[in-house]
Ligand binder design. Structure first.
Ligand SMILES: *Cc1c(COP(=O)(O)O)cnc(C)c1O
Length: 381
């Protein structure tokens, strides 16, 4: 089997159209027909395959989204459909399955909102995970985000998959916070895997994208067919950016994972240095349950959270840091910190979320240490 770093550089070689080593950016929305080989749409045996072979119109397919899809299929271990955002991907999943009931606990805000909009408009019923036994039926969807934003802690997929499958329902796993090689959701019973590619897959805070991965090519084709008419294919320029990002995907995400583990370990071991500032630390590396190491077989995610002793400290800490940028989002090469109340109206206002990037880890630790120390000194007066 070819390894992740190789496939992320070569899985799209089959789509080479020109001699350029770096594939060109194709901004065209329309493609000339081959006048020597004109096959009308009605006579095409497989429409999706035909437009992947010879693109016709960019909302359907275009060269770089086809390349991206090949790489994502390969590195995410299934059949991928790429979208213009993670939210588009989740909406596409809901549109495709059209479940009567969805079961989910905490999930990404946008994902929860999509479900509640569908509830409002079309009568979807939304339940919690502890209601599966009572209400789930065949054709329903159970959605799990693990590791969970903003805490970076994880839930046992195997245990949930068993409960879901007993009812004949499907399990989708939002694996955005721990893409392969960290977590391979297929190994634990997921039926559908989704990622916001805006995060680690993109990794440079400069593109929005999403992906659904399914096990069979028929479902992938069906998703792509619907995507064509929902108009949510990934754009030309974004596809190029994502393609470029994917070349370095494995080294970025493994470095981020290693850095995050070192940062969290440092904070955990040195928490006594900031008794008036640091209240709690959340990350999968601090979870004791046995399943955690198995599930995050390739390493922990690079997002974690801290609860500080006061709202004022949570608001101030980001202003004391040099390298951690005060901004929302995660997964990019640049480390971020966010006073989470800025973009989540329901969160504990003492919570700050951190996303660890690819900088030198000693610099990151030193940065956090001086920031926490400054708040500790201020609080100790
Ligand atoms: C960001 C994110 C999404 C949504 O992705 P967009 O690309 O912003 O639409 C979904 N799930 C998780 C876990 C995320 O972090």
């Amino acid at each position: 089997m070819t390894h992740l770093s190789t496939t992320s550089i070569h899985a799209d070689d089959i789509h080479n159209r020109v001699s350029d080593v770096a594939p060109p950016i194709n901004v065209t929305t329309t493609f000339r027909f081959d006048n020597d080989n004109l096959i009308p749409e009605a006579e095409l045996e497989n429409f999706i395959e035909a437009i992947e072979e010879s693109p016709v119109y960019a909302r359907e397919t275009h060269p770089n989204s086809i390349r991206v899809q090949s790489i994502l299929s390969s590195i995410l271990g299934g059949h991928a459909a790429v979208y213009n955002s993670g939210c588009s991907a989740f909406h596409a999943l809901m549109f495709r399955l059209n479940p009567k009931r969805v079961f989910m606990d905490d999930a990404y805000g946008g994902v929860e909102t999509i479900a509640s909009l569908i509830k409002e408009k079309y009568g979807l019923k939304i339940f919690k995970l502890d209601q599966i036994e009572e209400f789930a039926e065949k054709g329903d969807l159970v959605h799990l985000e693990t590791p969970l934003n903003p805490f970076g802690i994880c839930t046992n997929i195997v245990a949930l998959a068993e409960r879901v499958h007993k009812k004949g329902a499907l399990l989708s796993v939002d694996s955005t916070l721990a893409p392969p090689p960290l977590q391979n959701a297929w190994d634990f019973g997921a039926d559908i895997v989704m990622h916001s590619a805006t995060k680690y897959l993109g990794g440079h805070s400069d593109l929005l994208a999403g992906v659904l991965v399914v096990k069979d090519v028929e479902t992938q084709r069906a998703l792509i067919k619907e995507r064509i008419y929902l108009g949510t294919n990934l754009g030309n320029l974004e596809s190029f950016l994502l393609l470029r990002s994917l070349r370095t995907f494995e080294m970025r995400v493994t470095k981020q994972s290693e850095n995050a583990l070192k940062v969290v370990t440092f904070l955990h071991e040195n928490s006594a240095k900031y008794p008036k500032v640091l209240d709690q630390l959340y990350h999968s590396s601090l979870q004791k349950e046995e399943f955690v190491q198995k599930q995050l077989a390739g390493g922990h995610g690079a997002v974690f959270s801290m609860i500080l002793k006061s709202v004022e400290q949570a608001k101030k800490l980001p202003t004391k840091l040099v390298y951690f940028q005060h901004a929302t989002s995660l997964g990019g090469v640049e480390s971020l910190i966010e006073w989470r109340a800025m973009s989540d109206s329901t969160i504990d206002p003492c919570l700050v979320r951190l996303s660890v990037g690819c900088e030198n880890v000693d610099d990151l630790i030193q940065d956090l240490d001086q920031g926490l120390q400054a708040l500790q000194n201020a609080a100790a007066v």
